[in-house]
Ligand binder design. Structure first.
Ligand SMILES: [Zn+2]
Length: 694
């Protein structure tokens, strides 16, 4: 019980802290998470027993609150006995689920990780069973919407909360008949199972190719050293994304590139053809249950884009713009092919030559050598240098804080403080080094404590962690980041800041919990900062000479970024169309034909390879993105428009930065994205800014 007591005492402190609020209308208005780093550390359970207790105590608490909520007669519903009651319980539930998820993914203690993983599953099952689709709970909110007469009832955040809950109740089956509801539950189960199979088939695909040492000519020694060898000394190339890019860009031997490319096109094939077919059918049935004629239509109607027509128009218009610049880039590249590469009889490149040709051109014409460039980006310089830039733009400071006692050694923690009023906004944690047992594929961001704005409009601190798998430093060489890693880190820290600045009245709107097709915009916007010489100079620092990149190097790097941009984005648009059409009018039998037709419409310079089954290993199809992978191209467009506007007012002008925080980050998910964008830009977004960067 020790741990539970400790947790409750923290909660009590939070409640005591709020009593100074002058506008307070009720006792214990809300559980404010205004805590310091020591208390953040204390929130994490430290043993498997504490984890078990936390899980059962969390479920019990939510169960009690739900029963309390049901018991109140409709006419006597008030803000504190209905909305606030639930919100406080949900804040606790959500935070604990996040804490346990962090341990399940990141703890360096295998036993804790296992216990946390079980606890996360328990809480998620509890959520599915008792919270999602709980019409009795939604009824309580709609009764308050009808009968509530207190001062809170008409306030904007509360109205927003009530509207959102009404909408959720419909999404979760309020208007369905009893039979339909059970069909809905069954479909969700089937979809969950098929998604799990789809992802599992990708993750556990063990195919590989064998290549002799000669077959790896051109690949950097530092990469070759990481590849395992068999007894005969052949190199074993598994299905690993980052190795794939490295081989496709640098390997001079066409046979290796071709074999590896074809192997990648076989990942999870043919098993996933059938799984995807099942997923398409089940999702289609689900959409029909709600009166939609496609899953894409069903998914998108709740998002910023609202209709499939708008998504389709956006994607095709964007593709057409990109193709103009892609043509310009390919025409240049085709005139300067590497000596061993030839074009097909149609004048196109083979798909396994594409990345190699691009990389060759980058090396020849922009003098870009990714390994040499990495010497300018030692991690321990880049992070504080990034923070210095954020300080200028967002008018906040980053102060190193206590990090002992978290889930693993080596985690860094920063207190983020507003320079306007000196208030602490939250804690940004960085867990960046490779560690065995760290269960992540790519760099990512996780919310730990949601940022909350209490009833007196005081922001209560949140906490967030950015996670990566960078190689740890050696005694002689620090951790050096490739330029793409620097961008990734910046992007993920962008999500972290969104989580901290997005302090909302209700937990479910806090931070990055925005509509799915808006969630990437703030982070993608930050990536454009790397088109600015001032930025590149500020964050580069050769680990031996201490010098930043020279002006010439900076210009080359910016030009190289710009050169490949249209082609890179066109690939994203293609994947977005794939995800959209598969769930828009996808008939499984027609799938291969549809994909080949789409590919040929989009790519005019690279031959189509029918044996490359991209759809079988496109994990996002089965995950939350579904039909909405267009989020990425859309964010690139909106992010560019926002960036350009900031640039017009001076990028390092914190008045613009503050307006950006107010309009785009602070509302979290409590405002409609279109309205937020319009408030900041003063108009609707357009593609012009993005196109001007090509
Ligand atoms: Zn992102």
């Amino acid at each position: 019980m020790l741990f539970v007591k400790k947790f409750i005492s923290v909660v009590c402190v939070m409640m005591i802290l709020i009593t100074g609020c002058k506008k307070k209308k009720f006792d214990q208005e809300r559980m404010c998470a205004r805590i310091d780093m020591q208390r953040v550390v204390a929130l994490f359970p430290k043993t498997a027993e504490e984890i078990e207790l936390l899980s059962s105590e969390t479920q019990q608490h939510m169960q009690n609150v739900l029963e309390e909520l049901y018991a109140i007669p409709a006419q006597t519903r008030t803000y504190p006995n209905t909305v606030l009651l639930y919100e406080q319980a949900y804040l606790l539930f959500f935070t604990r689920l996040q804490l346990l998820s962090v341990l399940a993914m990141l703890s360096d203690n295998a036993q804790l990780q296992l216990a946390a993983n079980l606890a996360v599953q328990e809480l998620q099952q509890f959520q599915v069973k008792n919270m999602i689709g709980n019409m009795q709970m939604y009824e309580a909110f709609s009764q308050y919407a009808v009968y509530g007469k207190d001062a809170y009832h008409t306030t904007k955040p509360v109205q927003n909360f009530l509207q959102h809950m009404a909408q959720k109740s419909i999404q979760e089956g309020k208007n369905l008949s009893i039979d339909q509801r059970s069909e809905f539950a069954k479909l969700n189960q089937d979809i969950g199972r098929l998604s799990g199979q789809f992802i599992g088939n990708i993750l556990y695909d063990s195919r590989h190719i064998l290549v002799s040492a000669d077959g790896l000519k051109g690949v950097a020694d530092s990469v070759v050293q990481t590849i395992h060898q068999d007894d005969q000394g052949n190199y074993i190339l598994p299905a690993n994304q980052s190795l794939f890019f490295s081989i496709m860009e640098n390997c001079e031997v066409e046979a290796t590139r071709k074999a590896y490319y074809l192997m990648f096109g076989q990942i999870a094939y043919p098993q996933n053809e059938q799984v995807l077919g099942g997923l398409m059918r089940k999702r289609h049935e689900l959409a029909q249950l709600f009166g939609f004629n496609s899953f894409a239509g069903y998914q998108i109607h709740d998002l910023m884009m609202k209709t499939t027509k708008k998504v389709e128009q956006f994607l095709w218009a964007f593709a057409k713009d990109l193709q103009i610049y892609e043509k310009r880039d390919y025409q240049k590249m085709l005139r300067h092919l590497p000596p061993t590469v030839t074009v097909t009889s149609q004048g196109t490149l083979q798909p396994w030559d594409d990345a190699y040709v691009k990389s060759y051109y980058r090396k020849q014409f922009f003098n870009i050598n990714d390994t040499a460039l990495a010497a300018y980006f030692p991690l321990d310089f880049v992070v504080p240098a990034m923070f210095k830039q954020f300080q200028k733009v967002f008018h906040v400071s980053f102060e190193e804080d206590l990090s002992e006692g978290l889930w693993a050694p080596g985690v860094q923690s920063y207190r983020v403080r507003s320079l306007k009023n000196q208030a602490v906004i939250g804690y940004l944690l960085l867990d960046l080094y490779q560690r065995s047992g760290k269960k992540i594929n790519d760099a990512c961001h996780m919310m730990i404590i949601p940022a909350i704005r209490d009833d007196c409009s005081i922001a209560c601190v949140g906490a967030s962690v950015v996670v990566a798998q960078f190689a740890p430093p050696t005694p002689s060489v620090p951790t050096l980041l490739e330029f793409s890693d620097v961008m990734t880190l910046f992007h993920e820290i962008g999500h972290g800041l969104h989580a901290l600045f997005g302090a909302t009245r209700f937990t479910m709107f806090s931070g990055t919990q925005v509509q799915q097709d808006f969630v990437e915009t703030p982070s993608v916007m930050l990536e454009y900062w790397f088109d600015e010489p001032e930025m590149l100079s500020a964050i580069s620092h050769h680990f031996q000479t201490g010098k930043p990149l020279s002006n010439v190097q900076i210009q080359q790097l910016i030009a190289a970024q710009k050169f490949g941009r249209a082609g890179r984005m066109l690939k994203q648009v293609y994947m977005a169309m794939l995800s959209f059409y598969i769930f828009q009018n996808g008939h499984e039998r027609e799938l291969p034909k549809m994909i080949s037709k789409l590919y040929k419409k989009i790519f005019h310079y690279v031959a189509y390879e029918p044996e490359f089954h991209v759809e079988a290993s496109f994990a996002h199809l089965a995950q939350a993105y579904g039909a909405a992978y267009y989020t990425y191209p859309l964010s690139a467009v909106i992010g560019a428009d926002i960036f350009k506007q900031m640039k017009q007012h001076g990028l390092w002008n914190h008045e613009v930065g503050t307006k950006y925080i107010e309009d785009i980050l602070s509302p979290g998910g409590s405002s409609a994205p279109q309205a937020m964008i319009k408030r900041f830009l003063g108009r609707h977004f357009t593609m012009n800014a993005y196109v001007s960067m090509l």
